[in-house]
Write a protein that binds this ligand. Sequence first.
Ligand SMILES: Nc1ncnc2c1ncn2[C@@H]1O[C@H](COP(=O)(O)OP(=O)(O)OP(=O)(O)O)[C@@H](O)[C@H]1O
Ligand SMILES: [Mg+2]
Length: 344
Amino acid sequence: MARTPVITAGPEEDRSRDAALRPKFLREVIGQTEVARRLAIAVNAAKKLKEPLGHILFDGPPGLGKTTFATVLPNELGTSLQMTSGPALSKPADMLPFLTNLEEGSILFIDEIHRMPRVVEEFLYPAMEDFRIDIVLGEGLNARTISMNLKHFTLIGATTRSGMLSGPMRDRFRMHEHLEFYSVDELSRIVRVNAAKLQTKIADAAAMELAQRCRGTPRIANARLAWVRTYAASETDGDITLEVARAALQMLNVDREGLDKQDRRYLETLIDVFAGGPTGVEAIAATMNLTTDTLSDEVEPYLLREQFVIRTPRGRVATERAFQLLGKKIPRKTAADGEPALFD
Ligand SMILES: Nc1ncnc2c1ncn2[C@@H]1O[C@H](COP(=O)(O)OP(=O)(O)OP(=O)(O)O)[C@@H](O)[C@H]1O
Ligand SMILES: [Mg+2]
């Protein structure tokens, strides 16, 4: 069996590991069943009708498979893929190399599409609608607009915040697919498949343990699997048993619910500084020295889904579950019941 030396993973390694483990075809995608089914139908129809796939927008928290779906689709269609991202497109001219490189039916993927400036967005409208762009040549009185026809292509956009996308942009996508957190069962399948890809033996109970402790997110499952595998190679015979998985996760400070440091800091801030709430997300972000975007895109979705926190008209409120997790005394009446928190 393959053994790996102990290494600490940096962002570079994260990226190459993600790419190596990423499913290549729809049939390899685990979970997101309804999304995958709709995409399979769209792909099938596009092939039969010999039409390009309609533009697709994926949204959802980080690490749930937006890029994965965007890279799977060109494989299914047998076409090429170009990738760019919103922040890299500061002016319409930045789009030109991508638009002129398009082939009939090929896919252009724009990650973080909500961060594209409005001028670029407006430049894209005719491209998306009529496969045409308008280029302004010259300035002032001499300015003239020439129209250029493009190949019929498919735009795939990905965003962690579809709410920040302008209405006209959103309306130009034919399909909107929202990715949700994965079930423990789906994640344990992902862990087992990926352990096999990494030629590592993993006990079912260990895969289940990892699945329960990865915030419902495949990317986190992959990162934790990589660490557990490293730990197993260094400290034992390389096989991942339940004991090995638990010991390795403990070293990462992953708690039994799978929350990480940032999650716990959020809950601690809400409970210790704001007495469990209600308080606005801006106040929590400021206290934690993070941007509100990071909190609401990356930290809160899972905490809200798992009801460690709830949203009320007056702000965020920590639930009993959060108090219990942190081993804090549960107030007699939590603010979640609609009353101010009372401590005895
Ligand atoms: N449905 C899935 N089945 C199996 N593995 C998956 C699935 N979805 C995601 N993964 C794994 O998780 C990794 C991260 O997914 P991906 O990069 O697609 O997330 P993302 O939604 O694009 O995240 P971000 O918002 O950070 O860009 C992938 O490389 C892949 O290994
Ligand atoms: Mg991505």
